[in-house]
Design a protein around this ligand. Structure first.
Ligand code: ATR
Length: 271
């Protein structure tokens, strides 16, 4: 029941209509009997979202493309690891002060750990907030990273920050295959509604590679389809999405949520 004491949670992004965050968080709020509601807000400037959180006393927010890095300047406090990553995907409102955290890193590194990270090389496609969280986690676990990004300057800056290599899209034309054991897409390429698109030509994949996509709408992206046809092992974005959401819910409510409830909500619900 929504009444005068219902607490509001939300996601800020652009685009945001594809997001399954409202489905998983509303399912959890209901399941744990919390008088709350979670809505999706598509906005142009994250500053406006931050202002709204303070004005309307929104208790918590998820932050997605393209705001994960821009939001750093707008918060009152940022956790040490989110600051080192340079990316925030979670905001907690404590008595009008806004605290930033990153739950993407832990959630993305989790499935990679089962294959081993130390000593392996990772081609990371993209140089935004999701890429930063992943690169931070991979480097911490002893992996090597090659960043591949459309905008050269942005990719080069990130490579310098994290002491990685950089490849521009034009360099890819000269390669037979990507020089990596693991390939990870952190861009929005392939996301609904442009589901035919893929961030990398299938010719650059080889059967020994592990291919991961952070896109989860659809779960079976064109990149992962191409990778499976090549014989690669694949990791889809749904597990990362669920675990980053679970960590958000814990930050907001202090409850460690049941992942199966979240999975059911994400798989059954219409966005
Ligand atoms: P976030 O910080 O939330 O991860 P972002 O800062 O918008 O989002 O970053 C998205 C990444 O996806 C960027 O690296 C972007 O490339 P640019 O640096 O060239 O902008 C990449 N990206 C988005 N759309 C893309 C596309 N159509 N082709 C290639 N890369 C794309």
């Amino acid at each position: 029941m929504i009444n005068a004491t219902t607490q509001l949670y939300c996601i800020f992004g652009k685009p945001v209509s594809h997001s399954k965050s409202p489905l998983i968080h509303n399912a959890l709020l209901t399941h744990y009997g919390i008088n709350g509601a979670y809505l999706a807000f598509e906005i142009d400037l994250i500053r406006d979202g931050i202002k709204a959180m303070k004005t309307l006393d929104i208790k918590g927010a998820s932050v997605t493309i393209p705001f994960k890095t821009d939001i750093l300047d707008e918060l009152d406090e940022i956790s040490t690891d989110a600051l080192e990553m340079g990316a925030v995907n979670t905001v907690v409102n404590r008595n009008g002060k806004l605290y930033g955290y990153n739950t993407d890193c832990m959630a993305a590194i989790r499935p990679l750990k089962t294959y081993g990270i130390e000593g392996k090389s990772f081609a990371v496609l993209g140089a935004g907030g999701a890429a930063q969280a992943l690169i931070y986690g991979i480097k911490k676990e002893g992996g090597r990273v090659i960043i591949i990004n459309r905008t050269k300057k942005r990719g080069e800056n990130l490579a310098e920050k994290f002491n990685c290599d950089f490849l521009g899209l034009e360099n890819l034309k000269e390669l037979d295959s990507l020089p990596a054991d693991v390939v990870i897409n952190t861009t929005s390429v392939g996301m609904h509604p442009n589901t035919r698109n893929t961030p990398i030509s299938p010719e650059l994949l080889t059967p020994s590679m592990i291919v991961m996509d952070v896109v989860y709408t659809p779960v079976n992206t064109q990149l992962l389809k191409d990778a499976r046809l090549k014989g690669c092992e694949t990791i889809d974005g749904l597990s990362m999405f669920l675990h980053q959401g679970a960590a958000q819910f814990k930050l907001w409510t202090d409850i460690n949520p049941d992942i199966t409830i979240m999975r059911q909500a994400a798989e059954n619900g219409e966005t």
